[in-house]
Write a protein that binds this ligand. Structure first.
Ligand code: IPM
Ligand code: MG
Length: 354
């Protein structure tokens, strides 16, 4: 098991330290190699995704990522921004399938801003396409053009999907639904956008191979509304890169705690990159305040999807449930009556529970 570890920026470093402790405690035969991605890589090499990192990530069986970005690098030209490193590694490794579960832990029932009865027991999975769509479509840019007789700046991007791209993410989503409650909702904007008309057509064609999975469709605006109206109607949702970016943030907040949610980004062969859904939180970086649980749960996803070690994955997940039941909380999930702990102490608690 070769794992490339990319702590990244901001709180990435602290949360990754705890996740690595948990991984090491499992005593699996794994080789860990650290490398730079994001702002730290820009500072050291001038590039957010340097060649050394490209090589290590390619050679590894899986990549563990903390978080990238921060205000310090927002002023740089687009090619040098940390986000470019993240998009670069997704594309470089062909990680087209992004799995973002939104699970409400019973112990955190009051963390959500929604009424408890709306979210109690919530367990949905968003499957987001990650290497296509308007994120990567060409042409793109900002340029001077003649508009109604006046020269002005025009910004443009291209929303594009081939049927092969749609089919392969569709299969991942149908397979995921098959392992869960056998309901798949595909999200598009077919009333306006041709790209997503094709998306819907291909999903319908694919459904012939999955008679046991119930396929439904929603337009993205309605899907956003339904997610807060009655999120428990969903099991698996599948959508493109742009809509998935937005809907997965929305879904994460249903659980009240983006600090709890892991994610997996997989290629065709289940090689994957695993990272928390949250960002680098520069405001609390280096203060031992960040919640390491999403990164620790990302290790569990890695063991499940890339290494097929389901029992080991569940071992980590049970340990996390146990520390929550014991009342340990970092600031983001703290409520009166629980025990407030820091990043490292949360890691200690998970290790003890393991
Ligand atoms: C995410 C993030 C990224 C994205 C950014 C940081 C490029 O928002 O992983 O959802 O838009 O994909
Ligand atoms: Mg996002």
């Amino acid at each position: 098991m070769k794992i490339c570890v990319l702590p990244g920026d901001g709180i990435g470093v602290e949360i990754m330290a705890q996740a690595v402790r948990v991984l090491k405690a499992l005593d699996l035969k794994c080789e860990l190699e650290n490398a730079l991605l994001g702002g730290c890589a820009v500072d050291a090499t001038g590039s957010p995704f340097p060649e050394v990192t490209q090589k290590l990530a390619k050679e590894a069986d899986a990549v563990l990522l903390g978080a990238v970005g921060g205000p310090k690098w927002d002023v740089l030209p687009r090619e040098q921004r940390p986000e470019r490193g993240l998009l670069g590694i997704r594309k470089h490794l062909g990680l087209f399938a992004n799995l973002r579960p939104a699970v409400l832990y019973p112990e955190l029932a009051n963390a959500s801003t929604l009424k408890p009865e709306v979210v109690a027991g919530l367990d949905i999975m968003i499957v987001r396409e990650l290497t296509g769509d308007i994120y990567f479509g060409q042409p793109r840019g900002i340029e001077m053009r003649d508009v109604d007789g006046s020269k002005q700046r025009v910004g443009f991007n291209t929303m594009i999907y081939s049927e092969t791209e749609i089919r392969r993410i569709g299969r991942v989503a149908f397979d995921a639904a098959r392992r869960r409650n056998k309901k798949l909702c595909s999200v598009d904007k077919m009333n306006v956008l041709e790209t997503t008309q094709l998306w819907r057509d291909v999903m319908i064609e694919l459904s012939a191979d999955y008679p046991d999975v119930e396929l439904s469709h929603l337009l993205v605006d309605n899907a956003a509304m339904q997610l807060v109206r009655n999120p428990k109607q969903f099991d698996v949702m599948v959508t493109g890169n742009m809509f998935g970016d937005i809907l997965s943030d929305e879904a994460s907040m249903l659980t009240g705690s983006i600090g709890m949610l892991p994610s997996a980004s997989l290629d065709e062969n289940n090689k994957g990159m695993y990272e928390p859904c949250h960002g680098s939180a520069p405001d609390i970086a280096g203060k031992n305040l960040a919640n390491p649980l999403a990164t620790i749960l990302s290790v569990a996803m890695m063991l499940r999807y890339t290494f097929a070690l389901e029992e080991r994955a569940q071992q980590i997940e049970s340990a996390v449930k146990k520390v929550l039941a014991q009342g340990y909380r970092t600031g983001d999930i703290y409520e009166p009556g629980t025990t407030r702990v820091g990043t490292k102490e949360m890691g200690d608690a998970v290790l003890a529970a393991l």
